[in-house]
Design a protein around this ligand. Structure first.
Ligand code: HEM
Length: 218
């Protein structure tokens, strides 16, 4: 099976974007494994050392999701290996629930920062993911593949929001220093990641609809 084909550009871009969170996850797991006395422990939240279970659950499930989700968008796999697509889909639901509920766990019990807007931003990510997952599953039970794909794209957009946030937050931090990270700015990054990713998916869907109607017209 050819990996680098035109139809695989979108899954490869998904993997590239997901790698941002995967790299941050690997960094945080390394810091946590070094313990609170580690050389650069101030790069990890003190809560990660006093209560590591939610963050480790979150990073492991999030990494598996980001690594494997792109395979679900490869047309060759969907067409030639439907049983693999179904099996991987079940695992991905588990991974999404794993990193989604551990995100809520941390949001609730780790020291608060970013204010109410950040708190609601995290809750909204998980609500969007759960709603998209439910609608994707209802669609596939009705054998409506097009609608299933659309809702899975929206779920993936919400799940990849932390990568988009980091693409904006890290340069801002490097350029302006820690003082830029006020509650309003942190909350702004979190909402930006979600809204930007969801709008991007809607833009792709509109483009697809337009090119299908153009093909029908000619
Ligand atoms: C709906 C999607 C997601 C939400 C709402 C979310 C939310 C959160 C929350 C609340 C924290 C704890 C922040 C704190 O209090 O210290 C966190 C940390 C983290 N998450 Fe996620 N997350 C999501 C997806 C992912 C995915 C898919 C990954 C992939 C590996 C990931 C990787 C991380 C990492 C590495 C951290 C540690 C951040 C740091 O301190 O540098 N997240 N996330």
């Amino acid at each position: 099976m050819q990996l680098f084909t035109k139809t695989n550009i979108k899954p490869l871009l998904l993997l590239l974007l997901g790698s941002v969170s995967i790299l941050f996850g690997a960094l945080q797991i390394t810091l946590i494994s070094q313990g609170p006395e580690g050389a650069v422990q101030d790069m990890a939240s003190p809560a990660y050392f006093s209560m590591p279970l939610p963050i480790l659950t979150h990073i492991i499930f999030g990494t598996l999701f980001n690594l494997l989700m792109p395979l679900q968008f490869m047309p060759q796999i969907r067409a030639k290996k439907p049983a693999f697509h179904r099996l991987l889909g079940r695992f991905l639901i588990l991974f999404a629930l794993g990193f989604g509920f551990s995100a809520l766990w941390m949001n609730q019990f780790y020291p608060q920062y970013g204010g109410m807007m950040k708190y609601m931003g995290i809750v909204s990510h998980v609500v969007v993911m759960l709603a998209a997952l439910t609608l994707a599953l209802v669609a596939i039970r009705r054998r409506n593949i097009a609608t299933h794909r659309i809702w899975m794209m929206r779920l993936t957009a919400a799940a990849l929001s932390p990568a988009t946030q980091r693409l904006v937050a890290v340069p801002a931090f490097l350029l302006f220093g820690e003082s830029v990270l006020t509650d309003a700015v942190i909350a702004g990054f979190i909402w930006f990641g979600l809204v930007a990713n969801l709008l991007f998916v809607e833009w792709i869907l509109r483009k697809e609809t337009r090119s299908v109607s153009l093909n029908r017209a000619f």
